[in-house]
Design a protein. Structure first.
Length: 274
């Protein structure tokens, strides 16, 4: 007796469709809520509740009371920041922030010099080539003085960024030296770029030497000349830093260092010339 097999199949599950009317209804409600919120906001944002009542300034003593009484929502922060920056070139950024309902913060970020430029007067200059005034003075030897640009930058003024080719290597030298601890000891006093493509730096070599007449020590100052040439300034400054660190006291016997060629040359003070 043969048994027949019957393949029993489970009934297919019916797919449930979300009613279209419910979706449309939800969208209408959301749109209505958004419209109401937008309408209320348009009324409130122009009200006296959002008038500026306090201005907090950090990093400067400038007066920005003209913000007071203005609606905080009407302030264009980017435009205001640009306008203020023009009047204060000694600062790299002017950050302005709103704190609802009626407070404005103005934050001055001071521009950091990497050198001074000697022109018809001294200007501080940052790594980007922006000239500005600074309370520091070149005689402090905190930053090197760039010379040889008097004819290249006539009528220079603060608040202007200069990108002349003779200035670029000097800024690269100053910026790289600023990052190296060696040049905190052996300070670069001057960077001369008067000869195109032939930068020369002068490092202040100060040490105390005995004065046999008075029996005391006096400070003796001289410059170590380093001929940098042109090109690859970052690597040249790094090599010079390593050389000065290794030489230590012997560096006072160096007459000059020449890094213009593939093989560096060190001329000693007691070396005899033929």
């Amino acid at each position: 007796m043969k048994r027949s097999r019957v393949n029993a199949r489970a009934p297919a599950a019916k797919s449930r469709k979300f009613p279209t009317t419910i979706v449309v209804g939800i969208l209408i409600i959301l749109l209505a809520i958004s419209f109401v919120i937008g309408y209320i906001w348009n009324i409130l944002k122009d009200s006296d509740y959002f008038l500026v009542r306090e201005v907090v300034v950090r990093g400067n003593n400038a007066d920005f009371s003209y913000f007071k009484g203005r609606n905080i929502n009407s302030l264009d922060l980017e435009r205001e920041s640009r306008n203020i920056a023009v009047s204060y070139p000694g600062f790299s950024r002017i950050n302005i922030a709103k704190v609802l309902p009626g407070r404005v913060y103005v934050d001055f970020v001071e521009r950091k010099p990497v050198a001074f430029i000697k022109l018809y007067r001294y200007f501080a200059v940052d790594e980007s080539g922006m000239l500005f005034n600074s309370a520091l003075e070149p005689r402090d030897l905190q930053f090197p003085v760039i010379t040889g640009l008097e004819s290249k930058m006539p009528g220079a003024r603060p608040g202007v960024r200069y990108g002349i080719k003779e200035l670029t290597p000097a800024l690269m030298i100053a910026a790289q030296a600023e990052r190296s601890g060696v040049f905190k000891v052996y300070k670069i006093r001057r960077i001369d770029v008067s000869s195109p493509g032939d930068a020369v730096i002068y490092i202040a070599m100060s040490r105390k030497v005995p004065d046999y007449l008075s029996g005391e020590q006096t400070l003796y100052m001289e410059d170590l000349e380093v001929k940098m040439g042109s090109g690859d300034m970052n690597n040249k400054v790094a090599f010079l830093a390593g050389l000065l660190a290794q030489a230590r006291g012997d560096v006072y016997n160096f007459k000059y260092i020449d890094l213009r060629f593939k093989e560096p040359v060190i001329k000693m003070k007691d070396a005899k010339t033929k």
